[in-house]
Design a protein around this ligand. Structure first.
Ligand code: PMP
Length: 399
């Protein structure tokens, strides 16, 4: 039997996709499934994006593109950077790849040798752990339970960085918790980062345009400009612009890092497709009414979800201020029964909820927090209301 490389064996299938597949199978069997599992934006970009693609097809040269990303796309990204207070970057600081996931993969490959350590908070986005395993990096997990609003404290960060991990990976707003770090919190963490110059910092902030309650988005570089030598900002068009299938991710950081990503690109992908580049330029530099409208719609849906969850005795749920996820602590249900089914943990809970009420959520253990589950709330309002009603009924039936 021919063997595959060990790194493939280390990659686990995504827990989110496992739930989504189960939900799909139930739907095919005729059940009225409400799917809160996948983080899909559930809307399309504005018509100007499609117009740009049609024009690009008409004037296509059929040639390879740039390994770094086309100049007009880099410039559109730089304009966004300036708008969030991260100015002074040039094209040489940037690179484009096939989604933020691919940017992260490139950054892990660029920064981590086998056996090096990457530190990040739990709950974490699942792929952090999986990509670390593929590149053979060790992970240093920093537990941020609901009692501390799922947020990393400066003291925790200080203790973690004292262990000199090669990379510290930060995610704001957070998937899966939806929590957002305010200006003062970012400033306090940035101060700690300054104290530890031996660690690269990646800020995976792809939901930076989806921040609620007027809180605003803040980066470590805004607080401590000297950190520009070490901080890499990661962005994506997937969620904000309703373009997950177009696969556009971007980064801005030190030139040496951008150059490494360009080198990896030149061996992995050469370039993202030219028609995709045209769509990305149009999305970033055209009218912003779709992302703006969606941000306020999601803020309203956040309120709807929180209100429904707060009506359930025993649920603890820090109030998210961004992205489109809510991450309630449902451990009050553990040890109880739904009918004959014993709910021992989050996985049992999600399986029983799906079976009994046809509502799909992702168990928190997929994100390193087994007391919680993730609700992705991008579906239409009526469906959202129905799903929340079913979750309330499920809890009421626990004994
Ligand atoms: N980072 C986070 C925090 C995410 O939630 C996601 C998508 N679920 C990604 C990165 C990857 O995004 P993309 O679609 O651009 O690969």
């Amino acid at each position: 039997m021919l063997k595959l490389a060990a790194r493939v064996g280390r990659a686990k299938p995504s827990a989110i996709m496992v739930v989504a597949e189960k939900a799909k199978a139930l739907k095919a069997a005729g059940r009225d499934v409400i799917n809160f599992s996948i983080g899909v934006p559930n809307f399309l970009p504005g018509p100007h994006v499609y117009d740009a693609v049609r024009n690009a097809l008409d004037s296509d040269s059929g040639q390879y593109g740039s390994n770094r990303g086309r100049d007009d796309l880099l410039d559109a990204f730089l304009a966004h950077m300036a708008a969030i207070g991260m100015d002074g970057y040039t094209r040489a600081n940037c690179a484009v790849a096939v989604g933020a996931k691919h940017i992260l993969y490139n950054l892990f490959e660029a920064m981590l040798d086998e056996g090096d350590t990457i530190a990040f908070a739990t709950p974490y986005w699942t792929s952090y752990l999986d990509i670390a395993e593929i590149v053979g990096a060790k992970t240093l997990l920093l537990p941020c339970p609901p009692e501390q609003d799922y947020k990393l404290t400066p003291e925790q960060l200080d203790a973690a960085l004292a262990q000199k991990p090669r990379v510290f990976l930060f995610n704001n707003p957070s998937n899966p918790t939806g929590m957002v770090y305010g200006r003062d919190e970012i400033a306090a963490l940035a101060k700690v980062l300054v104290k530890h110059p031996e660690t690269w910092v990646i800020t995976d902030d792809i939901y930076n345009r989806m921040v609620f309650d007027g809180l605003g988005y803040h980066n470590f570089v805004n607080a401590e400009p000297s950190l520009r030598d070490r901080v890499v900002f990661v962005d994506s068009l997937s969620k904000t612009y309703g373009m997950p299938g177009w696969r556009v991710g971007l980064m801005a950081g030190p030139e040496v890092v951008a150059k490494a990503v360009v080198t990896l690109n030149s061996n992995h992908i050469t370039n993202i497709p030219e028609v995709v580049t045209a769509a990305a330029v149009a999305a970033l530099s055209g009218p912003q009414d779709v992302p703006t409208a969606k941000c306020s719609e999601f803020q309203g849906k956040r309120d709807q979800v929180i209100e429904a969850l707060q009506a359930i005795p025993g649920i603890v749920c820090p109030r998210p201020q961004g992205a489109f996820y809510v991450f309630p602590d449902i451990s009050v249900a553990f040890g109880k029964r739904h009918g004959e089914t014993l709910i021992g943990n989050d996985v049992d809970f999600c399986a029983a909820l799906l079976e009994a009420k046809a509502v799909a959520c992702v168990p928190g253990s997929a994100f390193g927090e087994p007391r919680a589950l993730r609700i992705s709330y991008t579906c239409p309002t009526a469906q959202l209301a129905e799903g929340l009603k079913r979750i309330q009924a499920f809890f009421a039936e626990l004994a």
